[in-house]
Design a binder for this molecule. Sequence first.
Ligand SMILES: Nc1ncnc2c1ncn2[C@@H]1O[C@H](COP(=O)(O)OP(=O)(O)OP(=O)(O)O)[C@@H](O)[C@H]1O
Length: 644
Amino acid sequence: MDQTALVLVTVTRRIRMAQRVALSEGGNKKHSRVRVAVRLRPFLAQPDERDDGPCVRGLDSQNLEIINWRNATESVKYHFDAFYGEKTTQQEVFLSSVKPILPHVLNGQNASVFAYGPTGAGKTHTMLGSSEQLGVIPRAVREVFNLVNAKDANEGWDYKIGMSYLEIYNEKVLDLLSPNSQDLPIREDKDKNIFIPGLTHITISSFSDFDSHFVPASLNRTTASTKLNQRSSRSHAVLLIKVVRTWRALHHRQQTGKLYLIDLAGSEDNRRTGNQGIRLKESGAINLSLFTLSKVVDSLNSGTAIRVPYRDSKLTRLLQDSLGGSAHSVMITNIAPEYKYYFDTFSALNFAAKSKLIVNKPFTRETVAPPVLTVKRARETHEAQESGTEPQKKRQKEERKTEQDVPSSSTSVQSLSESSVMDRLIVLEKLMMSCQDKDRLGMLKDVAQSRKEIQELKEKQKELEIKAMLFGRLAGEKAGTKPESVFKNTVAPLQRKQPSATKPSRQQAVVQPLQVLELQPLQQLAVKVKKQSVCVKRKDRKIPEQAEPPDGKENTMQTEWESRLDTSVLEQSREKILQVLNTGSLKELKGLQQIGDKKAKLILGWREINGRFTKVEDLVKVEGMTEKRFSSFMKANILSAMGK
Ligand SMILES: Nc1ncnc2c1ncn2[C@@H]1O[C@H](COP(=O)(O)OP(=O)(O)OP(=O)(O)O)[C@@H](O)[C@H]1O
């Protein structure tokens, strides 16, 4: 072996070793991220669907939002490597997402571009396009030729471009360049390269050469009409552009770069496609392979998967060396804006977002509900309550109950009703948060003030209860009855059951504790006389309350009760009652014991016609005021004043 031959052998060995290292590194590196772009096609709905508007819209060149099905006042936002709106041209899609990865193919690396999405969302339009609007495939092939032609001949490499074209239909690999062929096997060589023995491979010398093979082969692709797309792709169409470059000085030094351009069949919801029989079978295969593709993409991007499930479908098996590893992959997810595609779009976006798990939080929800919507909803509910029928009201009542029963924000949103309650709470919370500091301070002050007033009222009530009890005990002692323990009832005053009108308790008979917001004239009197000695004979009997007793059911009063009171106290009380009768407003009159709204109005009417009451006994001149009622009225009011 001469010197030159020895050098050549050594160089060749080194190159092979370097290639093996590169391959093994590429083989182990299973975490290359798939670049994800989303393309929204224009609104193509029927005239009667136009009013619905779109269910999804772009926010900027990377973000979009879709209405949240759980709550129409919310949207779910997604972030992608790129977002292309309805007006984005074919050229813009190609330039930003596909063109940048093509030079790698000339350097012996693999790349893949695939269009994913629901049926009818624009995958074929994106990948193939039309003669006026060329899609990714023709543009990419032309660009590969441009790149090769632009190579400097002095670099030392010779390039050869070839093509294969196949479809995966019902999990069978069919050669579109040789339509009569049978299902072809997929194999893997010792360097982990995927290849299909028997697949037609044609060398192409120019773009027009490519076109002459590609266009007729495309017609061999299995398509059919479904409810959602008149010419729906029923298979995954895979175009393989292979670029082999050979080192001119050393012919057995070769590098092969593969570019897969794939128009996937649409993910389908067969309830909507109306598929039956053969179409249903096709659909099952399509959905299965897309599901496997999603698992592969998912495990590649999670970076933790021990085994990427390439072998679970023909599609992923074929893409094994072009997805992950050192390959450059772009997924263009096509979506449609119409409401009828809503759930397909939602799941396509979730699949696409899964491909970007590391940078995405696909399920993060933001309330964009403008507060006005919530207010409107509240107003509608109120109006419905006002005008609602009984069953409606019952339902609303039950709904309110459910809302109150919502446990806590930690229980995840599981039902629509729960979610709407949560949503409203969130909106409310946001409203609170967005309040000006000044307003919040004011609100807090109001709350503190109310708390203080409640506490004062509670204390006042306690005081009155004790007074009433002492008063009752005193009266009992006078009558020779056994005194009752002050602590007999251990229930807190505010928790006590209020006595009914027919069964008043003895201790509570003469007090109306929670009416003491303002000191009524008789109460002012009570303050004055509270230190004076009171001598009241108390007997077990019904003492009327403020409510007007019905006719004929008046309580029997002891006639001699007045004689047992201190005369000066009695006189003062009578004067005060007369004063209220003559000058009291409707409210003040109603503040008297046994004077309700009706009677207070009758007193005012009497005053209007007859002027002043000369003495309290004149009250019997008022309509409905009998002697018995008057007597009962006087006793209740004088005793009430004493109790305070
Ligand atoms: N960006 C777009 N601009 C204009 N028209 C579009 C666009 N995207 C899609 N279309 C039109 O929408 C219709 C459906 O698109 P296409 O056939 O590409 O859907 P597909 O996703 O490939 O469906 P399938 O999976 O059923 O094959 C076609 O008439 C196509 O021309």
